[in-house]
Design a binder for this molecule. Structure first.
Ligand code: FAD
Ligand code: DLZ
Ligand code: SF4
Length: 505
């Protein structure tokens, strides 16, 4: 009996459930580069290069370890360009009794496999790289109308005994974010993450991407990503040694020309399987136990993976396909062209868009409080915003991108994922960055042509959506401030906003 194991571009780990079931002497592993996966949204060039190069490195490792593999390259003449049709083609060419695949991380691909027109059995295994199974998350979410990450995170900490002292959280508190709002703007000599020179496997991939996807967004060169597990482990270990200690303190800070700050830059590798969440958390906890890392950094970092990453995945699978259609504020504006060109006088946006084009990376606060905040305040349609984030970031896979965009930045689910919209005026961006120092607009001015647009757009947003947000307890203070504003002031906010918004059309 021979199985054909389909291994997807984000399942590059020998511990993945499908490979654990592989019988080396009979089973065949199929990996394929397909145009459909590169163009259903026009992914950033660096993202396609990362996935193809990592896939090619991984198949070489499998071959060395005695697995039988078939690797279909993008330009192979027989390549039909779709995962499902490649599966059917390869099944017919070989003597296959059944198909085996670890559950795809995206709903779209799962549906494609479920509707495969083939008369042999297709077995879909759980993806147990995650801490929480779909069943566990569903059980936790049952009967809750609104979910909260912090409650889920505490459950995960207790259950998996991460940073715990018996039943108490390590250090006495579950969350140390109050210590994480530090930001000296003169911060210098931040060590860069480890970078790699393209090898003989990566170089032809870069040429391929350059030729086939030249019209996609983003700079392909320099290409310095890790493309093997060994390299990804180097990135992780280097982060733990040189940057983790400051992660907590500076995690919300943004500096011009410092794309990485003290962030780990491992999401690319976690999401495609080169690193496993459990090994990352074990290493962070052990660095903390050895006394090298302060608790606010260890806890803050672990919360991102054990808390947020697991939580957004749970929300995605519990609510798809409906979640993709959410639009609580009925936002309809088109995404402004400068999200592609970066030609805008708002320096914070200009910097974050440029950086995203160059690196296919922006850290969390840039995605949330600059780019995301702007799309929320200006009422951009969620489909357009989701597409942009899916295209631009090399770590973007729908299961993690969609809840972050529709739930976290756009509040398009009406508060199911987040307790309030992450909206802010220019003062927040000024506090957490040095972008305002070289901006055309004046962050201190509240109205008029030179005022920072975030200042009036913030109040305009709250004013416009008072019916939908006015009863939110977490917004009680801001709505009380808004209520005290004079009619003239509100009129000016509306006028400034109208004028600015008209420039976006
Ligand atoms: P660090 O800051 O070092 O954090 C460590 C790890 O924690 C990350 O590698 C990531 O795996 C995890 N993590 C942190 N925050 C989140 C979060 N909110 N949700 C899920 N995991 C988290 N992350 C993606 O992996 N793919 C995406 O497509 C993606 N889209 C996002 C879109 C928006 C609008 C926002 C606000 C956030 C998005 N994130 C996404 C989450 C987060 O911004 C990135 O995971 C992070 O910036 C990756 O950089 P890092 O590895 O240096 O992270
Ligand atoms: C993102 C991506 C790209 C660009 N290319 C491929 C590919 O050629 N082959 C493949 O197996 N996977 C690719 N992926 C990842 C998939 O789009 C998708 O995110 C995963 O299969 C998870 O469902
Ligand atoms: Fe951004 Fe406003 Fe600061 Fe300019 S002044 S960088 S638009 S926050």
């Amino acid at each position: 009996m021979a199985s054909l194991i389909l291994l997807l571009g984000d399942q590059l780990n020998t511990k993945i459930s499908s490979l654990r079931c592989c019988n080396k002497s009979t089973d065949l592993i199929l990996m394929c580069e397909v145009v459909q996966e590169c163009t259903y949204v026009k992914h950033h060039k660096k993202k396609i290069a990362l996935i193809f190069s990592a896939m090619r490195h991984f198949v070489a490792e499998l071959n060395e370890n005695g697995f039988k593999t078939i690797y279909v390259k993008l330009n192979d003449p027989e390549n039909t360009g779709k995962l499902s049709s490649e599966l059917i083609r390869i099944t017919r060419l070989n003597n296959i009794d059944s198909i085996l695949v670890t559950e795809p991380s995206e709903y779209r691909v799962l549906q494609e496999l479920k509707s495969l027109k083939i008369n042999i059995q297709v077995n879909i295994l759980d993806d147990d790289r995650f801490y929480a199974s779909h069943e566990e998350f569903t059980h936790w979410a049952k009967d809750k109308t609104r979910l909260r990450m912090e409650n889920f995170y505490r459950l995960m900490r207790s259950k998996h005994k991460v940073l715990m002292n018996e039943t108490k959280p390590e250090g006495g508190k579950w969350n140390y974010d109050k210590q994480n709002r530090n930001f000296p703007k003169h911060l210098k000599n931040i060590p860069d993450p480890v970078q790699f020179i393209p090898d003989e496997i990566t170089k032809p991939v870069l040429t391929l991407v350059e030729n086939q996807f030249h019209d996609h967004f983003g700079d392909l060169y320099p290409f310095t990503f890790a493309t093997t597990r060994k390299q990804a482990l180097k990135v992780l270990n280097d982060f733990i040694k040189h940057r983790l200690a400051h992660f907590g303190e500076y995690q919300d800070a943004m500096l011009q020309n410092q794309p990485y700050m003290y962030h780990s830059v491992i999401s690319f590798y976690l999401n495609i399987g080169l690193l496993l969440p459990k090994e990352v958390i074990n290493k962070i906890e052990s660095a903390y136990t050895k006394g090298n890392i302060p608790i606010n950094s260890a806890e803050g970092f672990i919360r991102q993976i054990l808390g947020w990453r697991e939580y957004v995945r749970g929300i995605y699978w519990l609510n798809m396909p409906d979640y993709a259609k959410k639009n609580y504020f009925k936002a309809q504006r088109k995404l402004p062209g400068f999200f592609w060109s970066s030609e805008t006088k708002l320096n914070c946006l200009h910097q974050c868009i440029n950086q995203s084009r160059e690196y296919a990376y922006a850290h969390h606060i840039q995605r949330l409080m600059v780019l995301g905040n702007f799309t929320l305040l200006t009422g951009i349609n969620p489909d357009e915003v989701n597409e942009w984030y899916m295209i631009v970031y090399a770590d973007a896979f729908e299961w993690v991108e969609l809840p972050n965009v529709s739930g976290m930045i756009l509040y398009a689910d009406g508060g199911y994922l987040a307790s309030k919209p992450y909206s802010a005026g220019g003062a927040y961006i000024n506090k957490m960055s040095n972008y305002c120092e070289s901006c055309h607009y004046d962050v201190k001015q509240k109205s008029g042509p030179d005022a920072c647009p975030f200042n009036y757009l913030y109040w305009n947003f709250l004013h416009t959506h008072r019916k939908k947000l006015g009863n939110n307890q977490r917004l009680a203070m801001v709505y009380s401030t808004l209520s005290k504003m004079s009619a003239d002031k509100i009129k000016q906010i509306r006028l400034d906003s109208k004028n600015y918004l008209s420039t976006l059309n």
